[in-house]
Design a protein around this ligand. Sequence first.
Ligand code: ADE
Length: 425
Amino acid sequence: MDFKEGQYKVRNLGLADEGRKLMDWAESRMPVMMKLRDKYRETQPLKGYRIAGCLHVTKETGVLIRALRDAGAEVSWSGCNPLSTHDAVAAALAAEGVLMYAWHGLNTEEFYWCIEQTLLINPNLTLDDGADLIFTVHNKHPEMVPNVIGGTEETTTGVHRLRAMAADGALQYPVIAVNDAETKWDFDNVYGTGQSTLDGIIRATSVMLAGKNFVVAGYGHCGKGVALRAKGMGANVIVTEVKPTAALKATLEGMRVMEMDEAAKVGDIFVTATGIRDILVKEHFESMKDGAIICNTGHYDCEINIGDLDSLTNNKRTIRDNNEEYTMPDGRRIYLLAQGRLVNLAAAEGHPSEVMDMSFANQFMSQLRLAEMHKSGNPWDNTVYDIPAEQDQEIARVKLETMGINIDELSPEQIEYADDYAAGT
Ligand code: ADE
């Protein structure tokens, strides 16, 4: 392990060259981020701001960190999941002077140690994916709260918990819900999760998806993305849900909907995408077919009850990277991928750069908004804020422009017509 006190702790600084090339590759796929980086390099709107980040250390995150740094910020960083850090990227960023505390495969104690190290810069902005950093500041370092102007949150699970915190009056600084931007959830959650989850399953198993009974638990944006992509690959998709409208949408989109107790008996591959604990538990494992593959693409590793799985067998072996075989007393085998952690980041490389381009443009713009709010001297309330609609449209407009796609504009007469409440048939 390479460790320089107060500066970084990464697996191996010798991987920096590899990581640099990966980030350069990601940059070539992230034109919106590159435009933002160029634009704000001159004006340095983040000068004087210290950002602590806790978000998957991937090549795309490297592009975000480089942009924040080039806009003037001092940046310290940890990964937000024990298995998602790309060690080469972490090394490259540490070599570029980012205060980086992240390595693949760290344990829970080390995970929180890394967060603590990022707080040594005494941040005035936080950037989260899953809200672990915000929770650490609130619960363990209340003395830091007065210095923090605000934070941003990347993911559905984090935003959900932060809204609950705000409703209880427990949130101590404003947070922007990056997840809830249309240019985030309607693209990253759907197409990003869809593609990267299948990528993770395929890398960990090399199974054919066509003809398989493919069970997706949860038909939110992420579950829908996974289901659509699996269907596109020829799988027979089964959806389990608790929300009537979501179940209905899945049905009308051509998926079979049933309870997990039934799905467990027929599924070949199971993906949990709910954000809720205990989706697959003992009675499901007891009824699964021999050879069933189970994995999770939700933020936390609580959706598959691994304790239950362990309790059913003491016969376990590693088949290949990210693929553990559990043999039941009756001889049936169940294959758990990526230890029940985010299969798309642990067994693959997370969402493609092209889609992270928009998610991270929202992150970057939101950090700028918080800095502007601070400079204006008008602090916001301690609650969760949405992304302004104009930011969404601007990011989508630039993305289209970089893709060489032109769209129409309403004429003044058309705008007048749309607003004319006296007009009828
Ligand atoms: N979340 C999902 N995919 C990601 C990626 N490629 N980088 C950072 N966070 C992610």
